[in-house]
Design a protein around this ligand. Structure first.
Ligand SMILES: C[S@@+](CC[C@H](N)C(=O)[O-])C[C@H]1O[C@@H](n2cnc3c(N)ncnc32)[C@H](O)[C@@H]1O
Length: 258
């Protein structure tokens, strides 16, 4: 039996929840697929950790990804996290590995406005998956010949949301070419890097709504299922109740402090 519009909206409403702490999409695994990037960030991190003596992981989230390298981390490993629910989660996850988690984030609107809570030349490897950063501060806390490895979400990721929901926060300057220039200006040499465009595929609008609960910065500030019911119903009709596709953008680079 076909669901009425009211039943559809009610089923989407049932997906609404506060953003959980940590960084884990496994609850959605059977309702979404993500294309994979052609590089292997885990292998890149591992190879670099083999030679590192003092490591920083920026924006560690709930510490899940850093913890997966537990056997490869030097005793001098530190993390930062700026979102308070994740700061507590990261401290709990990384405390048993004796990894200190300091409160810090580079504000998107002015990445240089807050100093990193470290002395100059403090690290020989800085890791950063999906976190903003200040190239100037990074150059300060990395020792000469120290490495910075980052994977970032491209600024025009999920641009389809703009047509579907109206406002969408696009960050067109977040791409490999611009980040390379910014790092080079700050005194780095970018020695490797690549960019990839792929897709997320959600089983239906309900799965998309569930995903959007985990990434609230992708939706308008006033987003709720009820407020955006007309737009979501239009998307449901456009996709005939079937899969919904969103562009997925990733890039990575390795930079060496000169
Ligand atoms: C996308 S997460 C990546 C976390 C981790 N580096 C990883 O790769 O698993 C990047 C940063 O955004 C933070 N973050 C997540 N939700 C946030 C929110 N609602 N507001 C501000 N920051 C948030 C995370 O805590 C983390 O520091």
């Amino acid at each position: 039996m076909r669901k009425t519009e009211e039943q559809l909206v009610a089923s989407w409403r049932a997906e609404e929840r506060p953003q959980p702490e940590g960084w884990d999409f496994s609850d959605l695994a059977d309702r979404m697929t993500e294309s994979q990037v052609p590089w292997n960030l885990t292998a890149i991190y591992r190879a670099s950790l083999a030679d590192a003596t003092s490591v920083l992981d920026m924006g560690t989230g709930g510490g899940e990804f850093l913890r997966s390298f537990g056997d490869a981390l030097p005793p001098d490993t530190t993390a930062t996290e700026g979102w308070s629910p994740n700061l507590a989660a990261a401290r709990e996850a990384l405390g048993p590995l004796a990894i200190e988690v300091l409160e810090y984030t580079a504000p998107d609107e002015d990445v240089d406005s807050v100093d990193m809570p470290f002395s100059s030349n403090r690290f020989d490897l800085v890791l950063n998956r999906h976190e903003s950063f200040s190239p100037r501060e990074l150059a300060r806390v990395l020792a000469e010949r120290g490495q910075f490895i980052t994977q970032q979400v491209g600024g025009d990721e999920a641009h389809e949301l703009e047509a579907w929901l109206g406002h969408h926060r696009e960050l067109p300057h977040v791409n490999l070419a611009t980040m390379r220039r910014e790092l080079e200006t700050a005194g780095f040499q970018v020695v490797e890097g690549a960019e990839h465009e792929g897709a997320y595929e959600f089983r239906d609008v309900a799965a998309l709504v569930a995903y959007l609960q985990l990434v609230p910065w992708e939706t308008p500030d006033d987003f709720t299922v009820d407020r955006y019911a007309d737009q979501l119903l239009a998307l449901h009709r456009e996709t005939a109740g079937g899969p919904v596709r969103l562009t997925r953008k990733r890039f990575w680079l390795r930079a060496v402090r000169q």
